[in-house]
Design a protein around this ligand. Structure first.
Ligand SMILES: C[S@@+](CC[C@H](N)C(=O)[O-])C[C@H]1O[C@@H](n2cnc3c(N)ncnc32)[C@H](O)[C@@H]1O
Length: 256
């Protein structure tokens, strides 16, 4: 039988990074996984007894991010019941940080009774890590001025986690505003870019709150923000499996 000679051409194989679109089955499976997880109510989840609206894999990703960056400040929009604030506090505590050394700033347009109680007195002494609880629109001048003043008084690495209203115009305005608070090396995460994949399912129906979820969502906001600018890069290593609600939206300020 004739032996097939080994190929000598260097371009017979497509490097995966050159054609990410060829991984369409992987993308389909990731989207299906998240849609199944939503059907099974992944969000009925808690951290140290407090309800938290994050996917379990994302909690591991966030833990890795906090450990690697060791942020002085974690700034989150969307307090809800206080679960993500207590989660971030618990990671800082496990890293040996003390409550007066930076901490968590959390913002919500509504203050829930649960958050008020939990963030005043969490049974595992994590509440003092939550240094500021701001009530107001996350993109309002008052809220932004308060955060800016804290960062100016006590500067250090910062992680911003945008997890409030998922309307595209709102998220775009937020990314623009919060990105200006950051220094090179700091991170900004736009939560729930997968919201787009759930548009017009019973989980994300078209509604007064979300009149156009397919086209106006965290992912559309992120694309609009990144278009034509080079001062932020997308970091994919923390969510590489794609089992994430922010698989494409961990950003790092580069300083360019
Ligand atoms: C997805 S929940 C946050 C979940 C929370 N981060 C967690 O992991 O448990 C979204 C929150 O955003 C708040 N929100 C909605 N619009 C807002 C706005 N314009 N500014 C600040 N918070 C807002 C809602 O009140 C709600 O509590």
């Amino acid at each position: 039988m004739r032996k097939i000679p080994p190929t000598t051409s260097s371009n017979w194989r497509t490097p995966p990074e050159a054609r990410p679109d060829l991984n369409f089955v992987v993308g389909d499976m990731q989207r299906s996984f998240l849609r199944i997880a939503d059907n099974l109510r992944w969000y009925e989840q808690s951290w140290l007894g407090v309800p938290i609206w994050q996917l379990a894999d994302d909690l591991v990703a966030l833990q890795r991010i906090v450990f690697d960056l060791n942020p002085k400040w974690v700034i989150e929009t969307g307090t809800k019941f206080g679960g993500s604030a207590i989660f971030f506090a618990s990671i800082l505590a496990m890293m040996g940080r003390t409550p007066g050394d930076g901490g968590i700033i959390t913002v919500d347009i509504h203050e829930t009774k649960e958050a008020r109680e939990i963030l005043r007195e969490h049974p595992h002494r994590l509440a003092p890590f939550v240094r500021q609880r701001l009530v107001g629109d996350a993109k309002s001048p008052d809220v932004l001025a308060s955060i800016q003043a804290t960062l100016a008084t006590d500067p250090g690495p910062a992680l911003v986690f945008l997890d409030d209203w998922h309307d595209g115009e709102h998220v775009y305005a937020e990314i623009q505003a919060y990105s200006k608070l950051l220094a090179p090396g700091d991170l900004l995460i736009v939560a729930d870019t997968t919201f787009e994949d759930l548009a017009d399912t019973p989980i994300v129906p078209t509604s007064a709150k979300y009149p156009n979820p397919k086209n106006s969502n965290p992912r559309s906001a992120l694309k609009r923000f990144l278009d034509g600018r080079g001062d932020f890069q997308v970091v994919r290593e923390y969510t590489a499996t794609g089992i994430s609600n922010f698989p494409d939206s961990v950003l790092q300020k580069t300083g360019i």
